[in-house]
Design a protein around this ligand. Structure first.
Ligand code: HEC
Length: 100
């Protein structure tokens, strides 16, 4: 029994690490995709480098701030105040990933 516990220990650590780390893709799919996949209301589309280039020039801190607090037609946290700041930041990272 003790050997089994020792064998399972790394898995327990792996699971904890996944749970703590915000999952940008999941947050994007759940809270951001509706606008950022279609370009609804002028939202920059994920992977559209031309749409993101001028925004990236503002710096990541500004983009995080705008995603968390809202910016013009972009609702704060995509309209989901239950999301943590870290979840929203991870979603921004995921959204910009193909253009980096
Ligand atoms: C209801 C539609 C909608 C949803 C949902 C939405 N966005 Fe947006 N987002 C927009 C629009 C529209 C803009 C463009 C705003 C502008 O430039 O006028 C935008 C812009 C942005 C920008 C660029 C801000 C800047 O300063 O240029 C970021 C980053 C962003 N959204 C992140 C997110 C994240 C992360 C989520 C999910 C948590 C999300 N958005 C959900 C509509 C949406």
């Amino acid at each position: 029994m003790k050997r089994l516990a020792v064998a399972l220990l790394p898995f327990a650590f792996a699971l904890t690490a996944t749970a703590v780390q915000a999952d940008g893709e999941a947050t994007y799919n759940q809270a951001c995709m509706a606008c950022h996949m279609t370009g609804a209301a002028g939202a920059p589309i994920r992977g559209d480098a031309d749409a993101w280039a001028p925004r990236q020039e503002k710096g990541m801190d500004t983009l995080y701030d705008h995603a968390i607090n809202g910016f013009q037609a972009m609702p704060a946290k995509g309209g989901q105040p239950a999301l943590s700041d870290d979840e929203v930041k991870a979603a921004v990272d995921y959204m910009l990933e193909p253009t980096l």
